[in-house]
Design a protein around this ligand. Sequence first.
Ligand SMILES: C[S@@+](CC[C@H](N)C(=O)[O-])C[C@H]1O[C@@H](n2cnc3c(N)ncnc32)[C@H](O)[C@@H]1O
Length: 232
Amino acid sequence: MSGAQQRDLWTAVDEYAFSHSHPTSRPNTKALQHAAEASKEAGLPNIAASSSQAKFLAITIRALGVTHALEIGTLGASTAIWLASENPQLHVTSIEYDPGNAEVARKNVEFAGLSDRVEIIVGAGIDVIRELKQEVLDGKRPRFGFFFIDADKENNWNYFDVAADIATKRGLIVVDNVVRQGRVADASNTDARIIGSRQVIENAGKDARVDSVVLQTVGDKGHDGWLWAVVN
Ligand SMILES: C[S@@+](CC[C@H](N)C(=O)[O-])C[C@H]1O[C@@H](n2cnc3c(N)ncnc32)[C@H](O)[C@@H]1O
């Protein structure tokens, strides 16, 4: 089977399964479709987590009873809306570097009726997460039970390192796109994003604060994978 055929198959399975596991009668369908359309119209790239992946994160959060989540990399707020709309107990803080993306995201969150539970902070992820860390340590913010690291891949480890310090006990840290069509296993690849993947995988494995695993994924976003870590 060619690469294109494989990808078509993965997409077909995603479309079939998602249409049944999340029928359009679900209450958040309109908000999610609106966010996708408005993001496309505004020219945002098609790089949000897939619907199946975002729902998987959302129901994991529900199973764990997480009340505060931190996302790095908002884009048009697709995943933030998934997390908040599937979890009435959840407050989502999401950091976005690009003010234009943040504006689209805010409007999408407002359309979804989630402005009271989705906070979008504009700024460089590493600066903002360090400020949030100080707020958590000062007792001005609660610890986060879930992190979705999905921004500049070169900073994966820097985000992870702070996240492990401000997580709740048994908090979950997910880093997106660490496999990158398998290129992570090619030691000769010097792409900064691949180096960012390797750094977070290797450092997390040695870090006594967490227990981690990498899970490869296929679907309508191709072949990639997540790093998952639970904070001890
Ligand atoms: C893959 S997209 C995020 C998708 C989103 N998590 C979702 O699944 O719906 C990555 C986003 O990270 C933002 N970004 C890139 N570098 C950043 C940085 N240094 N700090 C914060 N955000 C950044 C980009 O502007 C982009 O909107």
